[in-house]
Design a binder for this molecule. Structure first.
Ligand code: NI
Length: 184
């Protein structure tokens, strides 16, 4: 099932999402989130972006052919916790399915260590670097109620105000299904 993607301005994107009770069957939801993300050509999707305020996100970097080590980076993260972030901050132009047609440079640390459950509720503790770490950090922010535009300077944010207002109204040129909070 393909969900409509929640647009910027919806309160669900600003809530700290709740933990999922251990053992809950999330397999169908994970499958639906992959389908929704692929339909929108995304490389990451967090549950709040389909209106569910729970601590779950999926990533798929396997289409990033220029990035090394991405061939197996298709995973679901359940109740993830970032234990440590380290290394130099590096900049990259990020985008977000909930904030379409806006890309801005965001600086993030290069290495993270995290624990999480997979969709079978196996526990993992793992380190991620570079682009993998960045995708995870962006999605993790979503379940904390944070968005990549929060990292921008006040000036940059002011310049985006009109575009963001249009996104909240659903006035965007994209080819995936959305739900916008101020759509008339
Ligand atoms: Ni995003």
């Amino acid at each position: 099932m393909i969900y409509p993607i929640v647009m910027y301005g919806d309160a669900v994107l600003r809530k700290r999402a709740s933990e999922i009770e251990k053992g809950t069957d999330v397999k169908q939801l994970v499958a639906d989130m992959f389908e929704t993300m692929h339909e929108a050509n995304g490389i990451g999707l967090a549950a709040p972006q389909i209106g569910k305020s729970i601590r779950l996100f999926v990533v798929d970097g396997t289409t990033l052919e220029d990035e090394p080590g991405m061939a197996d980076f298709k995973m679901a993260f359940i109740n993830p916790v970032i234990l440590d972030e380290a290394g130099e901050e590096w900049g990259f132009e990020e985008g977000c399915l909930s904030i379409p047609n806006i890309r801005e440079e965001v600086f993030r640390k290069g290495t993270i260590r995290m624990k999480y459950f997979d969709e079978d509720w196996n526990a993992h503790e793992e380190e991620f670097n570079g682009m993998k770490a960045r995708i995870i950090q962006h999605e993790y922010d979503h379940i904390e109620g944070k968005l990549f535009i929060d990292y921008l300077s006040p000036l940059k944010k002011r310049l985006l105000k009109g575009k963001l207002a249009n996104i909240s109204k659903g006035d965007v040129d994209i080819d995936y299904r959305i739900t916008a909070p101020l759509k008339k």
